[in-house]
Each structure stands twice: as structure tokens, then as C-alpha cells.
Design a binder for this molecule. Structure first.
Ligand code: C2E
Ligand code: CA
Ligand code: CA
Length: 399
């Protein structure tokens, strides 16, 4: 690209010639577009054939090219998919090869990678995560981070969301999106949920002592916690143990959780609600968003998914959707939290539309328990300092 079209075209021709020289007549060489080539090796006699060919291609393409008296060197990344193991049609095989190619790219300048290995590595990680979760519950490798939530009218931090983190001794920091689904699959989520609840209780106690009083902290729940059938009584026991009142723990559920076939979920939610917990629908708008269940379930809070907040106020669809969610929730008597608020503009817009709470990187990322009280002070200082924001908020509040 940097040397101009002529050189690029000539380079593609030379690359083709060099690769062609390594293939049998029956093999197919094609160019997919840009700098992507596809090779079909037919009737492999031995397992190592694709590896051998790849090694030779990399070797030949590593030698520099002399084009219009310019010396050109390139890197090569090769992804290998094998039929029928990885797929039997063109699309499936290309997809696997493509994915393997990106793995190869990550390995360095010139490398190849088998899709099969990728699958094997993923499976291995999966299994090791499962046993590691069991181990880590005992070994204290989990910790919580807390993300502040502000009341848009008073500009004060009144709530927080507890988010689990896992720092594994060998695998490093594993994101919840990766291990929660595995924990659910292996039935470990109930223990994790209990761990989160206990540690949130401890955090509430600590924040209180630090003079950083929160109305409540929200914890995320998984549908499997509801099907155990004794969630409410377990919660009751644990909160009693820590001397924390139920109203100080909000429960976040996702639409998928509550809309599942499980009969008991609704009754369990009712019991938790009557204990004093606020129930918050998380990621609202990304699932079915069924109006009938919104009316039927014992909800208090609706959390607009961050995907709708991201492009406010520029994307008219997102503006319309978040607007509608706020109006609908209010008319049903629910409060509204906007998550993923990253800009002043978003905050201002949400305030003008009567949204009740906001959470997002603009205010703070999720922080360690020890840094929380300080973060809250910092938010309060920033919000009181930003004169223009205060003016905007006042203006909007009196509109
Ligand atoms: P979620 O409940 O939707 O959590 C919000 C996610 O958005 C968090 O990611 C948070 O760090 C991120 N986030 C917050 N503010 C912003 C922002 O302004 N912009 C952007 N782009 N992102 C923001 P995280 O911590 O990686 O959590 C991912 C998911 O893992 C959570 O999604 C939740 O479904 C699940 N999870 C986390 N902790 C727990 C837990 O204790 N129990 C269960 N069952 N699930 C959990
Ligand atoms: Ca959540
Ligand atoms: Ca969410």
C-alpha cells in the first residue's frame, strides 16, 4: 500500500507464482480479495501435509521480493481448516480457516494455525475454568468491584452495582462474561451467588463505617439461583447473619431469566420482593421486553441496556427506544436506571427525559472496595465543580 498500486499488483503476482510452485496440479489456489488467498489441498495422504505446505509457503514468502528496484518483505499468516472435521461446505470451512488465521496472526509475523487446535485449546480452557472455580471459591481468588450509581436529580451517589472479578493464579484476570456461563452450566452459580451476597453485605458494613452511606447495592442474579427453590429463605438467613436489611440489596435479573419456563421463578421473586428487596430488570430492551410480564412481575426498577445509551443523542432509533422505556416504566410505577453512560451529553439527555438514575464510565468505572468511598467523594466533587453541568441539570430539572 505504501509503495503504490503498481508495486502492490506486481507483488500479488509474484506471491501467486511462488505459492503455485509449491502446489500439485490438482490443488486449487485462489485469491479471495485484497491480500487474502485460499488454497484447497485435496486428498491429503497424511496428517502433516497441511503443516508441511504451510511451512514451505511461509519459508518462500519470507524471502524478500525485488519489485521495480524496491526491496519488499511481507509476513504470512495461515489458518487451516480440515474437511470433514471442521465443516463440509465452503462457508463453514472458510469461517474456521479465517478464525484460525486470526489466531496465527496473534502468534507473530509469520505463522500458521490449525482450527482443530483452537477448538482443543478452548475446550481445555473450559475444563480448567470449571475446576478452578471450585478451587477459587475456597482460595479467595474472587473479589468484587463496585460501580457507583447516581440519582440524577440530587447528583448524589445513592446506589452501586457489585460486579464479580476473578483473578486466577495462572490464567490471570478472567472476565465474568467468560466464567459465569460456565459456572451456570456446572451448577456452581448458586455458590458464587451466595459468595457475592455475603461479600456485598460486608461491603455495605464497611461503606457505612466509612461514612459512605448507600441506599442499596445491586447484585446480579442468574436464573439458576431461582430454581433451587429456597433462594428467599437462604437470602433471609444470610442477611440476618450480617445484620443487613433486605431493602439495602437490590436484585438484578435479566429478561431471559424471568421469562424462562421455570414455574417457580415468579413465586420466588414475589417472596424476595416481600422480604424488602427491590427487583431490577437488567439489560432491558435486549430480550423479549414483553409488556405483559413487565406488568405481571413484582418489579421496582428497569435498567436500560447500555447499547441503547451508547448512541444517544445521535441515533434517532436509540433515542426513541430509551425515551419509550422511560415513559413506559414510569407509567407502570417503576424507576429507571441508564447504564453505560459515558458522555456529558448522554447524562444531560437522560436527565431532561426524567430518567432517575445513571451509571457508567462518565461517573466511574467499577472500582475495588477499598477505593469506593474515595471514588464517591471524587464524583461529588466533580459534579459540584462542573458549573455548566450544574446549570444544565437545574435547567432541565425545572423544565
Ligand atoms: P451487566 O450486569 O450488564 O454489567 C454491566 C457491565 O457493563 C459491567 O461489565 C460493567 O463493567 C460494564 N460497564 C459499566 N459502565 C460502563 C460504561 O460506561 N461503558 C461500557 N462500555 N461498559 C460499562 P462486567 O463487569 O464485565 O460484567 C459483565 C457481566 O457479567 C454483567 O453484565 C453481568 O451480567 C455479569 N456479572 C458480573 N458480576 C456478576 C455476578 O456477581 N453474578 C452474576 N450472575 N453475573 C455477574
Ligand atoms: Ca447488572
Ligand atoms: Ca446490564
Amino acid at each position: 500500500d505504501t509503495l503504490g498500486h503498481d508495486v502492490g499488483d506486481e507483488l500479488l503476482k509474484r506471491v501467486t507464482t511462488r505459492i503455485r510452485g509449491l502446489l500439485r496440479d490438482s490443488d486449487v489456489l485462489g485469491r479471495l480479495g485484497g491480500d487474502e488467498f485460499v488454497i484447497i489441498l485435496e486428498a491429503l495422504e497424511e496428517d502433516l501435509a497441511p503443516q508441511r505446505v504451510s511451512e514451505r509457503i511461509i519459508e518462500t514468502l519470507t524471502k524478500s521480493f525485488l519489485i521495480h528496484s524496491q526491496e519488499v518483505t511481507i509476513g504470512t499468516s495461515i489458518g487451516i481448516a480440515i474437511s470433514p472435521d471442521d465443516g463440509t461446505d465452503r462457508d463453514a470451512l472458510l469461517k474456521c480457516a479465517d478464525s484460525a488465521m486470526y489466531t496465527a496472526k496473534n502468534h507473530g509475523a509469520s505463522a500458521f494455525s490449525f482450527y482443530r487446535e483452537e477448538v482443543a485449546t478452548k475446550a481445555a480452557r473450559h475444563i480448567s475454568i470449571e475446576s478452578a472455580i471450585r478451587h477459587s471459591l475456597a482460595e479467595q481468588e474472587f473479589f468484587l468491584e463496585f460501580q457507583p450509581i447516581i440519582d440524577l436529580k440530587t447528583r448524589e451517589v445513592v446506589k452501586a452495582e457489585a460486579l464479580i472479578r476473578w483473578r486466577h493464579s495462572e490464567l490471570g484476570l478472567i472476565p465474568p462474561d467468560e466464567f459465569i456461563p460456565i459456572a451456570e452450566e456446572y451448577g456452581l452459580i448458586v455458590q458464587i451467588g451466595e459468595w457475592v451476597l455475603r461479600n456485598t453485605c460486608k461491603a455495605i458494613e464497611q461503606f457505612d463505617q466509612e461514612g459512605c452511606y448507600l441506599e442499596s447495592i445491586a447484585i446480579n442474579t442468574s436464573s439458576l439461583e431461582f430454581v433451587t427453590g429456597n433462594m428467599a429463605s437462604r437470602f433471609e438467613g444470610i442477611l440476618k447473619e450480617y445484620g443487613v436489611t433486605h431493602s439495602r440489596i437490590d436484585l438484578e435479573i435479566t429478561e431471559r431469566n424471568v421469562l424462562g419456563e421455570c414455574e417457580g421463578t415468579e413465586a420466588e421473586l414475589q417472596r424476595l420482593r416481600s422480604l424488602g428487596h427491590s427487583i431490577c430488570v437488567d439489560d432491558f430492551g435486549t430480550g423479549y421486553s414483553s409488556l405483559s410480564y413487565m406488568k405481571r412481575l413484582p418489579l421496582n426498577i428497569v435498567k436500560i441496556d447500555k447499547s441503547f445509551i451508547q448512541n444517544i443523542p445521535y441515533d434517532q432509533n436509540d433515542v426513541a427506544i430509551s425515551d419509550a422505556i422511560i415513559k413506559l416504566s414510569h407509567s407502570l410505577g417503576y424507576q429507571v436506571v441508564a447504564e453505560g453512560v459515558e458522555t456529558d451529553e448522554q447524562l444531560e439527555y437522560l436527565l431532561a427525559k426524567g430518567c432517575d438514575y445513571a451509571q457508567g464510565y462518565l461517573l466511574s468505572k467499577p472500582v475495588r472496595q477499598s477505593a469506593f468511598a474515595h471514588t464517591v467523594e471524587d464524583i461529588h466533587r466533580r459534579l459540584s465543580l462542573s458549573d455548566t453541568l450544574v446549570q444544565r441539570i437545574r435547567r432541565a430539572a425545572f423544565q
